[in-house]
Design a protein around this ligand. Structure first.
Ligand code: ASP
Ligand code: MG
Length: 460
């Protein structure tokens, strides 16, 4: 039998390793900026990875907390002749020193960064393409530091940039969208010796230019890598205890929620909950991979498991969500056009503003809706052309998120009873027919009381 060429042999070995990888399962562990924010946190990350080493983790990291902001601020000052990379370099070297790692580990990357800053200073402006390149150094440095920390802790590991790991996007710098993966990513990750430590947030386009997935995009990266390696689960390690029954800033006794469905988390995200980057959920949901939100500072806590399938035996109401800085806008039609035409025109204007629309109430000749304050101000003149407009500022939207049937069967009544007993006016509210969320608008001054009251009503 003719011998296969060496490259083909290597190819076969990789494929076999890829299959073995799947037989034993793989997990993705993503660590956010605060989880890798300093030497102490990174040591904690090493221990967390060690505990799950046998599950074949693919580690995904953000930049150290604050570094992306600092890089982008530097670009802004470059246009005024500033742009000093000294502080950023020092931050990285301090972390290396505190971890007992060679302080010159990142010198090649930091030198590139310095050159880039000099270039920006000369040009006096940064294009979106240059900004993505600049921002990429945060994750690239951090991945190398974390990989070195793992090795120093006795765990074989290797840093790999997402673009080297096959993550391709379009060229929409600053908010690039992933291109379909044809096995490239799995192939690249299987070839890594030890635990791959991949950069979140960044990728490259088809011309090899570095792109970013948008601010806070490394959750999204984790989901994309998770799908590409068909992970058993995607763990998102943060500095909070997963999802809670309410914002602990308003309700200190809010409890962590052990398990939720993707739909419920999407509902929460529509209230501005920043627990997970919303785009991250789609790939995981369509591939049926659960996402676990865990707390790096409390690794023993179970966190929140976000299931692709419906969660059984769950409480009827899952969380009290809220959104601040909202306004109520009422447009009264002058009855010159039929109701459907009036509504179509109002929504066409809101579409122009890319408005994110809260609860809506429609009557024969008027429409009331909740918009965030900035959009509401921008909408005033546009809507003024269609009818008489009234705006009420300083409002908040509160959402009771839960099982639609439970909310219908008495849940909604309980909400209104509790609020009316407390003398809290409800200005506008709504629940869609399949809706798992009852959303109501209350004055901002009553927000804390409303959330506390509803939390007591459903979680005491
Ligand atoms: N470092 C990036 C940012 O701060 C990405 C991330 O943290 O997810 O936006
Ligand atoms: Mg960050």
């Amino acid at each position: 039998m003719p011998r296969r060429p060496a490259t083909e042999d290597a190819e076969h070995r990789l494929l076999a390793k890829g299959r073995a990888l799947h037989d034993r399962g793989v997990i993705v562990m993503k660590f956010g900026g605060t989880s890798v924010g300093d030497a102490r946190s990174i040591r904690q990350v090493v221990e967390i990875v060690r505990q799950q080493h046998s599950r074949q983790p693919v580690v995904v990291v953000s930049a150290h907390a604050g570094v992306t902001d600092a890089l982008l601020a530097m670009a802004a000052s470059a246009t005024g002749g500033g742009a000093d990379t000294g502080a950023i370099a020092e931050r990285h070297r301090t972390i290396l020193r505190e971890l007992g790692l060679p302080a010159d580990l990142l010198d090649p990357l930091l030198a590139e960064l310095q050159d880039l800053a000099r270039g920006l200073r000369l040009v006096g402006a940064a294009s979106p393409k240059a900004l993505d390149l600049l921002a990429s150094y945060g994750e690239r440095c951090c991945a190398r530091t974390v990989a070195a920390a793992l090795r120093a802790g006795g765990i074989p590991a290797q840093a790999i940039d997402a673009f080297a790991a096959g993550l391709r996007t379009d060229s929409a710098y600053g908010r690039a969208r992933p291109l379909p993966d044809d096995g490239r990513i799995l192939h690249a990750l299987v070839a890594v010796q030890g635990v791959p430590v991949v950069t979140g947030f960044i990728a490259s386009d088809e011309h090899g230019n570095i792109t970013t997935l948008g601010r806070n995009g490394s959750d999204y990266s984790a989901a994309l890598f998770g799908v590409a390696v068909r992970a058993e689960e995607i763990q998102i390690w943060k500095d909070v205890d997963g999802v809670r029954t309410a914002d602990p800033k308003l309700v200190p006794m809010a409890k962590p929620i052990r398990s939720m469905s993707f739909e419920e988390v999407c509902e929460l995200a529509s209230f501005g909950s920043k627990v997970l980057h919303p785009a991250a959920m789609v790939p995981a949901m369509t591939s049926g991979i659960p996402i676990l939100v865990r707390n790096t500072q409390e690794p023993a806590a179970p966190g929140t498991r976000i299931e692709a399938t419906a969660v059984k035996d769950r409480p009827a109401v899952r969380a009290i969500a809220h959104r601040t800085k909202m306004a109520l806008v009422t447009v009264s039609s002058q009855r010159l056009v039929p109701q459907h035409a009036f509504l179509a025109r109002v929504f066409a204007e809101l579409h122009e503003l890319s408005a994110d629309i809260g609860p809506v109430a429609v009557s024969e000749a008027a429409l009331t809706l909740a918009l965030d304050e900035a959009t509401a101000e921008a909408a005033l003149t546009r809507l003024g052309a269609l009818g008489e407009v009234r705006i009420e500022r300083d409002q908040a939207v509160v959402g009771v998120v839960g099982d639609p049937r439970a909310i219908e069967a008495g849940g909604a009544a309980a909400v209104f009873a509790a609020l009316s007993a407390a003398g809290i006016p409800v200005r506008c509210g709504g629940q869609g027919a399949p809706g798992g969320t009852l959303a109501i608008v209350v004055p901002s001054s009553e927000l804390r009381r409303t959330v506390t009251l509803l939390h007591e009503r459903f979680f005491a």
